[in-house]
Design a protein. Structure first.
Length: 355
């Protein structure tokens, strides 16, 4: 279908009433984006998925809007007769058609699409590569493991993300092994030791061996250690590890914001009297940066008393700390009802908090 100009003004409702599928598809070619959108939204009111042949033919249409629409929705139809047509569309000159077709093939979950999708992992359009990786995740065919490993080196970070997500879904020892090797290869040499230490920690091992990295002279090592402590799946076990908790509390004074933020949030999550007292005491610290980290840490506690404490921090002399307190209340869903009934303002002037 050729693009239609302003002289063609389709009556969308009339097309629906008359169940005019061809008319709806023609409306997709209109120059007015509003009419195009109406046609897309109403297509299935007319056709449902009973008109699969119209959509398959749409993949060959001369108008890019029709092709893109068909490629995008065929994955939802559940009709495997669309697979071959979508595979052919992976060779389309229109990059968006390739992207949508690759995505739709994942929805249909047909193994015939595996090899064609693997080829799309090297397509020039990054979004098409993302869709291919995601669809290969849906298909779960081990043939895709090696190509997805290669995709982890893609220049585009979103492609790398989808490739990694795909590999994590494979219930395959080899995929896990290759993914772990890739992760290790990305770790700088000076972080290898701390990476291996955290990567091998398990429920039968204490955390004492990891404490040393929180006092390393290299900022990056301490930051990696702090992030790793926060990400440990069983970090709540730390509440019974007095020595490790003491080391974490000491790290609240670290010069690195990354260390302070991660440790403060972890202490709030551990949520014992000792960890909460350490956070509350640091609300009086002369360094406003430490107070900012601490107030976010308190937001991770489930103790109801921390809400009142954070609320009092809204009167802190430092505007950034006040803003952090407000954000902590919002992000942790601890907003007191009084906050919603009136506007709290800075005590120094009439500006809103955080200005």
């Amino acid at each position: 279908m050729k693009s239609t100009g302003d002289s063609f003004k389709p009556d969308i409702q009339s097309l629906i009433d008359n169940k005019d599928v061809k008319g709806i598809l023609k409306a997709l070619t209109h120059n007015d984006p509003k009419i195009q959108r109406q046609a897309e939204e109403t297509f299935f009111e007319v056709a449902g998925f009973n008109e699969i042949e119209y959509l398959k033919e749409g993949l060959k249409d001369g108008n890019k809007n029709v092709k893109r629409f068909a490629a995008r929705v065929l994955g939802e139809c559940g009709d495997l007769s669309a697979v071959e047509s979508l595979i052919q569309s992976l060779n389309d000159k229109d990059e968006c058609v390739v992207d949508y077709a690759a995505s739709s093939l994942g929805g249909l979950k047909d193994k015939r699409a595996v090899k064609p999708l693997i080829k799309v992992l090297s397509h020039k359009y990054w979004a098409a590569r993302c869709s291919a990786a995601n669809s290969l995740r849906c298909l779960g065919d081990p043939t895709a493991i090696d190509p997805l490993i290669q995709a982890l080196n893609d220049i585009n970070d979103e492609v790398r993300y989808y490739a990694e997500e795909a590999l994590q879904e494979f219930d395959d020892e080899r995929a896990v092994e290759l993914l772990n090797k890739f992760h290790e290869s990305q770790i700088p040499e000076y972080l290898k030791e701390v990476f291996n230490a955290f990567n091998t920690v398990n429920k039968f091992k204490t955390f004492e061996s990891l404490i040393q990295y929180l006092s390393d002279e290299n900022d990056k090592v301490r930051e990696y250690a702090a992030e790793s402590f926060w990400e440990l799946k069983d970090n709540r076990r730390l509440k019974d590890d007095t020595r490790t908790v003491d080391a974490l509390i000491q790290s609240l004074n670290d010069k690195s914001k990354v260390v302070r933020d991660n440790i403060a949030c972890l202490l709030g999550k551990i949520d014992t009297q000792t960890t909460l007292e350490s956070l509350i005491q640091n609300l009086k610290n002369n360094n406003p940066d430490i107070r900012k980290s601490v107030v976010f840490g308190l937001g991770n506690s489930k103790n109801k008393l921390t809400t009142e404490i954070i609320f009092k921090t809204l009167t802190d002399e430092n505007a950034s700390v006040r803003l952090s307190a407000a954000n902590s209340l919002l992000f942790s869903m601890k907003v007191p009802s009084v906050l919603t009934s009136r506007d709290y303002r800075c005590k120094e002037n009439n500006n809103f908090l955080g200005c």
